[in-house]
Design a protein around this ligand. Structure first.
Ligand code: NAD
Length: 503
């Protein structure tokens, strides 16, 4: 039955997918040079459609439209009216969850049960930031006796350049667009070239919501052309980037001449530590979900597991059972838990890590890929046994459904092991000893740390990484520091002393 539903869903998605244009100044247009690139479905590797391939000229047009809108109607809007637009976008996304989620699964291979949640969260991102701006975008007042009243205000920065990855495209795009627009900026989005479908759908939705022309623009295209032009553009005040660490560093170099602000959400290699007193079953559920959800293409995935030596054997056995039972298959099928990886290039890269794991001395234990889906970019859920911290498969982000398994003797040792990577995005600690839970949590070098939990987000809290996993924080009011300029205004209340040079 679920297979029939999946095939009906696919038919309906295919019927509605057309070639994609850029969205600039309220119009859907071809790239100035008329170039296109092909977009493929990861489940079959068949071509989905052609996508306009934007470049420098298109970025120029989009930035010019965004500048005009910022100086014009959008910049003059009352807060209430601006936030009404933001809420309207949320409503429209909510109305179309059942249509956007299959589109996202079709484009990325992410299982539909997961994309439905991501799309719902995308709507929530807008509603959340409308509420946050209304209630928390506030200044401070510093009174200096009867002499001065000094107060801060937040102003939108101007044109926000947003550059996003393919691993959870719709959700991650909206996570940036919502605070950028709600705080009053205008936006040029450069979505990932491997997942353009829902970015285009978002442009249609924002168009339908009736935002003034030029407030929101989408320029599809390659990172090295469209992305790099956006980064180098002198009128773009800030770049919010999510993607690989090496790309982030390249972007910072390219944006240096125009002195931009950067928010960098980068790669991860997050540890999960399971002590012998942990709730075994819950830790097993969390560890399994944390690495195999989103097909393992999750920045906060727990891709390294450290098991206390007294439970290592039993935990590993249970992990093996889970891996063999995970439902691998058609992303359109509600029952699927792991789908195909986004692209053949990424698939080859991840497969290379399985070879490397063997060369480095690991035992590679994989689940099953059903015969009928062999055309897709499938990597079976895999655990790497006998891994050691010095190995590349432990140090490097693989970004697939693969977890390296290691053991430890005591707290001190595991803290050292957990911190011995260049990344510092997330971490997970499982123990029922409350003191140890806090102690280890605080000792791990990561922007975010969960104790006795999988990654459960609270949107009010800061999101971001330390070390090579990022710079800055998004989420909650933390996003305001990036998307707004804080101005301090000093007002003299009386006749304070002024030096009288030359009098
Ligand atoms: P990527 O760095 O290859 O690409 C991300 C975006 O940058 C794409 O839109 C791409 O076109 C663009 N780009 C590439 N080169 C560019 C350049 N020179 N100038 C401007 N733009 C350029 O990343 P990806 O492969 O799409 O995504 C996977 C990576 O993203 C993983 O490393 C993952 O950990 C990371 N990620 C991090 C977070 C986080 O919040 N920390 C969240 C999701 C994904």
């Amino acid at each position: 039955m679920s297979k029939q539903v999946a095939s009906a869903t696919l038919d309906s998605v295919k019927k509605n997918v057309k070639d994609i244009q850029l969205y600039i100044d309220g119009n859907f247009v071809n790239a100035a040079n008329q170039e296109v690139f092909s977009n493929h479905n990861p489940f079959t590797n068949d071509k989905i459609n052609d996508v306009a391939s934007g470049d420098k000229d298109d970025i120029e047009q989009a930035v010019s439209a965004a500048r005009k809108a910022f100086k014009g109607e959008w910049g003059q809007l009352k807060l209430k009216d601006r936030l009404a637009y933001i809420n309207k976008i949320a409503d429209l996304i909510d109305e179309h969850i059942d249509e956007i989620a299959p589109l996202e699964s079709y484009d990325t291979g992410l299982p539909i049960s997961q994309t439905k949640k991501m799309v719902a969260r995308a709507a929530h991102n807008f509603r959340f930031y409308a509420e946050m701006v209304n209630s928390r975008l506030v200044g401070e007042v510093y009174q200096v006796d009867d002499e001065f009243l000094n107060y801060t205000i937040h102003k939108p920065v101007g044109i926000a350049g947003l550059i996003t990855p393919w691993n959870a495209p719709f959700m991650l795009e909206t996570w940036k667009i919502a605070p950028a627009l709600a705080t009053g900026n205008t936006v040029v989005l450069k979505p990932a070239e491997w997942s353009p479908l829902t970015a285009n759908r978002l442009a249609e939705i924002i168009d339908k919501a009736g935002l003034p022309n030029g407030v929101f623009n989408v320029v599809h295209g390659y990172g090295e052309t469209a992305g790099a032009s956006l980064v180098a553009h002198p009128d773009v005040e800030l770049i919010s980037f999510t993607g690989e660490t090496t790309t982030g560093s390249e972007i910072m170099k390219n944006g240096a001449d125009s002195l931009k602000q950067f928010s960098m959400e980068l790669g991860g290699k997050s540890p999960i530590i399971v002590f012998d007193d942990a709730d075994f079953e819950r830790a097993l559920d969390a560890a399994t979900w944390g690495i195999f959800s989103f097909n393992g293409e999750r920045c906060t995935a727990n891709s390294r597991i450290y098991l206390h030596e007294s439970i290592a054997e039993s935990f590993t056995e249970r992990l093996k059972e889970r891996v063999q039972n995970i439902a691998v298959g058609d992303p359109m099928d509600e029952k699927t838990q792991v789908g195909p990886l986004i692209h053949t290039n990424h698939y080859e890269n991840v497969k290379g890590y399985l070879e490397l794991a063997k060369e480095e001395g690991c035992e590679v234990f994989s689940g099953n890929i059903p015969e009928e889906v062999s055309r897709g970019n499938f990597i079976a859920p895999t655990i790497l046994l006998g891994a050691q911290n010095y190995m590349r498969i432990v140090q490097e982000e693989i970004f697939g459904p693969i977890i390296a398994v290691m053991t430890f003797k005591d707290e001190e040792e595991v803290i050292d092991l957990a911190n011995d990577v260049r990344y510092g995005l997330a971490g997970y600690v499982w123990t029922n000893d409350i003191k140890r839970g806090h102690r280890v949590a605080q000792a791990i070098d990561s922007g975010m740390l969960w104790v006795n939990s999988q990654n459960v987000r609270d949107l009010r809290t800061p999101f971001g990484g330390s070390k090579h996993s990022g710079i800055g924080r998004e989420g909650g009011h933390y996003a305001f520091e990036f998307y707004t300029e804080i101005q301090i205004i000093h007002v003299a209340l009386g006749d304070h002393h002024i030096p009288q040079f030359g009098k």
